[in-house]
Design a protein around this ligand. Structure first.
Ligand code: NDP
Ligand code: MG
Ligand code: MG
Length: 338
């Protein structure tokens, strides 16, 4: 079984005398920088000169420099700018990586697909909270944490894993639990999951369900509620208590219908083949090549597909209904604490 690392497995001496450059102050960046700082680690935030986040980070008491200056001074450089920007930022900071320094990531894409090639005498590691940045920060402030991953791609010093665990502790992840993976596994499972199931699979399923009802003459409002809005309620049940928790909460009719009819849609031939193809294109690098080329050519397909998604009728109908029913307000009544 997988080892889950907790606070007692992390040795903070591996990070306490180090200086960490956190490059970027977005979702992950602000959370890492503030948590490290609160944990007593020396932090420099790396931002471009015209960054709107610069004054914000300074107002939180953090020191801010341009990425090259921050990285040159630091022992650990944590790359928290968008993945598509990282290769360019790496070019700007590469000279500041000395033997024994650490180049660290929260996602392995650029290392795994060869877009960043660090020198052999630096450690290359990953510390990746499995959560959006605002929760990384908010849970830390409550004395809790979010689960995280660590991985070692290159261990020049012999301390790469210990130091990753110490970093994970300093941002709060070992309070919740940390597991070790590899860059390859993190990247391939992450891309597969978001493409086949989480982002791609779920949105196609909802749109197709909606279209099937509306094409058959049912009202768009009913179709939106049944095929999109209620998704959250079902997923919340699964998140809390697994598949059986969900099946136990819905009616027996829903359970029997779901168990017998779900496979009509996500069938064992076509849908499974589709998933296997998604995985293959992740594994053989075809997806990565396509996405890198998109980014090098100003994203022509991405822009076009995004416009089509924005124009889908379910977005109009959903937008109107979400305004009418004011879910936002209901959500805010739930105490932010749990
Ligand atoms: P964001 O998009 O939130 O990061 C934006 C930050 O990057 C801003 O501070 C921005 O500053 C800075 N930035 C953008 N372009 C440049 C540039 N050219 N030079 C310097 N700084 C720049 O990123 P995320 O936090 O979402 O992602 C960071 C990493 O974390 C990624 O590898 C991602 O895969 C990973 N990750 C993200 C998770 C998430 O929930 N978001 C979860 C787990 C991992 P400016 O003000 O200058 O624009
Ligand atoms: Mg350095
Ligand atoms: Mg992802």
């Amino acid at each position: 079984t997988t080892t889950v690392y907790r606070d007692e497995d992390a040795d903070s001496t591996y990070i306490e005398d180090k200086t960490v450059a956190v490059l970027g102050y977005g979702s992950q960046g602000h959370a890492h920088a503030l948590n490290l700082n609160d944990s007593g680690v020396d932090v420099i935030v790396g931002l471009r000169e015209d960054s709107s986040s610069w004054p914000e980070a300074e107002s939180e008491g953090l020191r801010v420099e341009t990425p090259d200056v921050a990285a040159a001074e630091a022992d650990i450089v944590q790359m928290l700018v968008p993945d598509t920007i990282q290769p360019a930022v790496y070019e700007a900071i590469a000279d500041g990586l000395e033997a024994g320094d650490t180049l660290q990531f929260a996602h392995g894409f650029n290392i795994h697909y060869g877009q960043i090639r660090p020198p052999e005498d630096v450690d290359v590691t990953m510390v990746a909270p499995k959560s959006p940045g605002h929760l990384v920060r908010r849970t830390y402030q409550r004395g809790e944490g979010v689960p995280g991953l660590i991985a070692v791609y290159q261990d020049a010093t012999g301390d790469a894993k210990e130091q990753s665990l110490a970093y994970a502790e300093a941002i709060g992840c070992t309070r919740a639990g940390v597991i070790e993976t590899t860059f390859q596994e993190e990247v391939e499972t992450d891309l597969f999951g978001e493409q086949a199931v989480l982002c791609g699979g779920v949105t196609e399923l909802m749109k197709m369900g909606y279209e099937t009802l509306v094409d058959a003459g049912y009202s768009p409002e009913m179709a939106y509620f049944e095929c999109m809005n209620e998704m959250k309620l079902i997923v919340d049940l699964i998140y809390e208590d697994g598949l059986m928790g969900m099946w136990n909460s819905v009616s027996d009719t829903a359970e029997y219908g779901g168990i017998t009819r779900g496979e009509y849609v996500v069938d064992d031939e076509y849908a499974r083949e589709g998933m296997e193809q998604v995985l293959e294109e992740v594994q053989n690098g075809e997806f990565a090549r396509e996405w890198i080329t998109e980014n090098q050519t100003n994203r022509p397909s991405y822009k076009q597909l995004r416009a089509a998604e924005e124009g889908h009728e379910i977005e109009d109908v959903g937008g109107r209904l979400r305004e009418l029913f004011a879910w936002e307000e209901q959500r805010e009544e739930v105490p932010a604490d749990d």
